[in-house]
Design a protein around this ligand. Structure first.
Ligand SMILES: [Zn+2]
Length: 300
């Protein structure tokens, strides 16, 4: 027997992220993956992952790269969120299409442990306005009611970044902690109005680290996030900073859309920065000169 699910609830900030993604792709289909909880009576969508790369788009078609989709789903599972289905944009042809039905049915056939597949279609009947259509395959196709709830009504904090974004950032943090083996913390830097993951580490103050390591100073490897994750070509910036952020040095940037598909590469680079000897190959000067007292503000 299949459960009777009556409605779909989408968190407001999550819905906004879908709408922004849909509007950012003019006259072309786009979409994303939906994650959250299914309690048997209703489905709650907490997170929409709307990739800017790792997908193909046309006027009548949108598809997410399979490897990207699998990696992302695994990642969300580790955060306790289930893969619920997907959303995509239509250009005034209603929905779902035969192709959409086929994809959903094929997914359920290939993933027998998953009982329902949610498909949300944003059908733009003109440049600005759209109609939302929600279909639940369980496994037969049913149109289902949807509601947009404020973040606080479904227990999501209303912080500057949407709950959805915070979950993604926390996921990155946990992954770094488990793979790099260092404690990290999530901070909101008021002045810069941005979220930062910081990983403290100590480095030798002497020019030649092999001489004498007795004098060590603490600094941070920081990872700073854009206001909107999964906007257009949004980037994460990574660098080193003094603990009070009065001096910092940006070392590399990373497309936020690549965070799942190129996750190992990202983690490897972070690991490198936490080793004084490999970090220094990115710098023109020893770290202590960059972050030390003589040079107050350094940046790229
Ligand atoms: Zn479609």
């Amino acid at each position: 027997m299949f459960e009777k699910i009556n409605e779909v609830i989408i968190g407001e900030s999550t819905f906004k992220s879908m709408e922004n993604a849909a509007r950012s792709q003019k006259k072309i289909e786009t979409g994303g993956m939906l994650f959250g909880k299914n309690d048997g009576k209703r489905i709650i969508v907490f997170v929409a992952v709307n990739p800017s790369t790792n997908c193909s788009r046309s006027i009548t078609h949108f598809e997410i790269d399979e490897t990207f989709a699998i990696t992302t789903a695994r990642y969300m599972n580790r955060l306790g969120l289930d893969y619920l289905g997907s959303w995509h944009k239509h250009l005034n042809y209603g929905g779902p299409s035969k192709g959409d039905d086929y994809q959903a049915e094929l997914f359920l056939k290939n993933n027998l442990h998953i009982k329902n597949f949610l498909s949300v279609i944003m059908d733009f009947y003109n440049e600005n306005e759209f109609k939302l259509i929600s279909i639940l395959y369980c496994p037969n196709k049913n149109q289902i009611n949807h509601k947009i709830y404020s973040d606080s009504d479904i227990g999501m904090n209303s912080e500057k970044l949407g709950f959805s974004d915070i979950i993604i950032i926390k996921g990155i943090l946990h992954n770094i902690e488990s793979k790099v083996g260092k404690h990290c913390s999530l901070k909101q830097i008021e002045v810069a109005n941005e979220y930062i993951i910081e990983i403290p580490f100590t480095y030798p103050i002497k020019n030649n680290p092999s001489e004498d390591n007795s004098e060590r100073q603490t600094c941070n490897v920081y990872i700073s996030f854009p206001d909107k994750l999964f906007g257009n070509n949004e980037k994460i910036y990574v660098g080193i900073s003094s603990i009070d952020y009065t001096s910092y040095f940006r070392i590399f940037e990373f497309e936020i859309a690549d965070i799942y598909a190129k996750h190992d590469e990202f983690i490897y680079k972070i690991k490198e920065l936490l080793e004084t000897s490999s970090l220094e190959k990115y710098l023109n000067y020893p770290i202590w000169k960059i972050l030390g007292k003589e040079n107050k503000v350094w940046q790229q």
